[in-house]
Ligand binder design. Structure first.
Ligand code: FAD
Ligand code: NDP
Ligand code: 3IO
Length: 413
């Protein structure tokens, strides 16, 4: 890195300004770490800016205690370094975090923590990206967006919720059902988070009422001793998507029964097709379904209104409740900080669909916005590193031959 304080007046840089040797990566989650590792392997340095105080902050700070990966570990590995052999098929969140930590230390990745990127913009005059955090400006030819699809919680505007007397928490802050023992809890949302939090509440003797306002696909996590996800991936090599979906639903109906009868209506589109088209992840059941069948988790229709001490539902029912958990999902935060660039939609997802959403213009890249979990991250990271490395080598050759480049390569200190 090189300081560019001397250029401050000329280009109106912030007082604290550093030129970064190699790309700037925003976010030290699995996506940022994987990209940094792949770049290192290609001989390209990089700098990660992370707003939190640790790597994999989503996993360390914003997930519940009993979370486990719900895809087998071979589908959640990052490039170049796999999970330790002694890890179980479905690692716990603590094992996943320890894997991330050894991954970062193996590749000597040292992110700059407590650097919240507030704006990033391409400077057309300089030909560089200018990335501002609360206390510094960073400058590079390349900007790699790795802030994730789950950067911020979705907090819907539910009628009357501000009048509710009890606690209202998003699943990103939920740790364990022990805080809700013996309570009546309204869980709004029935994705993987809503289902797993409801199950956790049951295990702590709380009574979850789970709101299902729409359709949802629930699949068993495993079929015939193999992961449903693995089976789907294997079948997709040989058979068309719709046939694979038909097969999954046939087996799911056989093993789980008709979920319609317990208030979980299935969408018309099959589970994998729906995931690919809309990004909506099917629920992989790890026990919530049997609690619904036994009546411990109560399935409710959409919420009409929240009152001081309860909820009114679309079907006219009313219930008293003690706490509300919003299992309403997450959103990207890219539109809040990436300026002057139309590569992303207003929802902060790349406009170009998978598998081509990883590369923008003028040295802009995105990793982990594929709606394909950690597998999508791994695939993006490898492609980005190859692409940047190619550019990097051209510039290096160019500099070594002192050709007439209009861009100054800032030196590392
Ligand atoms: C509960 C849960 C369980 C999941 N389980 C699985 C699973 O089993 N398998 C699977 O494949 N996928 C799973 N996923 C999908 C998940 O998106 C990935 O596992 C993974 O964490 C995504 O990595 P990421 O690096 O893209 O994003 P994140 O892990 O969200 O990392 C992004 C990082 O960017 C930082 N950041 C954000 N904004 C800024 C800013 N402005 N400036 C600086 N830093 C910033 C954040 O602090 C964070 O550290 C799960 C997701 C959730 C929410
Ligand atoms: N073990 C694991 O590996 C786990 C993985 N995950 C992953 O994390 C990601 C996020 O999952 P999750 O947090 O469940 O989020 P999702 O986006 O998958 O689900 C959000 C849920 O909230 C509902 N919802 C949103 N707004 C409202 C509203 N106003 N009123 C009622 N319901 C509402 C949605 O319903 P609708 O469909 O009608 O919009 C949907 O059921 C997923 O990719 C998931 O697979 C999550 C937990 C565990
Ligand atoms: O757990 C997640 O959020 C994922 O995105 C993992 C995932 C990617 N593709 C899928 C298809 C079915 C179920 C989970 C996933």
């Amino acid at each position: 890195m090189g300081s560019c304080k001397d250029q401050q007046d000329h280009h109106q840089f912030q007082a604290n300004c550093v030129g970064v040797h190699g790309p700037i990566i925003v976010g030290a989650g699995p996506s940022g770490l994987a990209t940094s590792a792949c770049l290192t392997q290609q001989g390209v340095p990089s700098l990660i800016l992370e707003k939190s105080d640790c790597i994999a902050a989503l996993w360390q700070h914003r997930t519940y205690d009993r979370l486990k990966l719900h895809l087998p570990k071979q589908f959640c590995e990052l490039p170049l370094l796999g999970f330790p052999e002694n890890f179980p098929k479905y690692p716990t969140k603590h094992q996943f975090i320890s894997y991330m930590e050894s991954y970062a230390s193996h590749f000597s990745i040292l992110p700059r923590f407590k650097q919240a990127v507030q704006s990033a913009e391409f400077d057309h005059v300089l030909g560089f990206w200018r990335v501002k955090t609360q206390d510094c400006e960073y400058i590079s030819r390349w900007l790699i967006v790795a802030t994730g699809e789950n950067a911020e919680p979705v907090i819907p505007d539910i009628s009357g919720i501000d009048k509710f007397n009890g606690p209202v928490v998003h699943t990103s802050l939920y740790k364990s059902g022990s805080e809700f023992r013996n309570q009546r809890v309204l869980v709004i949302g029935c994705g993987n988070s809503g289902m797993e939090v409801s199950l956790d509440l049951c295990r702590h003797n709380a009574t979850p009422h789970m709101v299902v306002r729409n359709t949802v696909h629930v699949l068993p996590r495993e079929m015939f001793g193999f992961s449903t996800f693995g089976i789907a991936m294997a079948l997709l090599r040989w058979f068309p998507l719709r046939l694979v979906d038909k097969f999954l639903l046939l087996v799911a109906n056989f093993t789980l029964g008709n979920t319609d009868q317990i208030g979980l209506r299935r969408p018309k589109t099959g589970p994998i097709e729906l995931k690919n088209v809309t990004g909506k992840t099917p629920v992989l059941d790890v026990g919530a379904l049997s609690q619904i069948k036994s009546g411990k988790i109560k399935v409710m229709e959409g919420v009409k209104e929240i009152t001081r001490n309860g909820a009114k539902f679309m079907d006219g029912q009313e219930k008293e409740i003690d706490s509300i958990i919003l299992a309403t999902g997450y959103k990207s935060n890219v539109p809040t900080w990436l300026k002057g660039c139309d590569f992303f939609t207003k929802d902060g997802m790349p406009k170009t669909p998978f598998p081509n959403g990883w590369k923008g213009e003028k040295g802009l890249y995105t990793v982990g916005f594929t709606r394909r979990g950690l597998q999508g991250t791994a695939s993006d990271a490898v492609k980005i590193a190859r692409d940047v490395a190619e550019h990097w080598r051209t510039i290096k050759d160019c500099n070594n031959n002192s050709c007439n480049s209009h861009v100054i390569l800032l030196k590392e200190t």
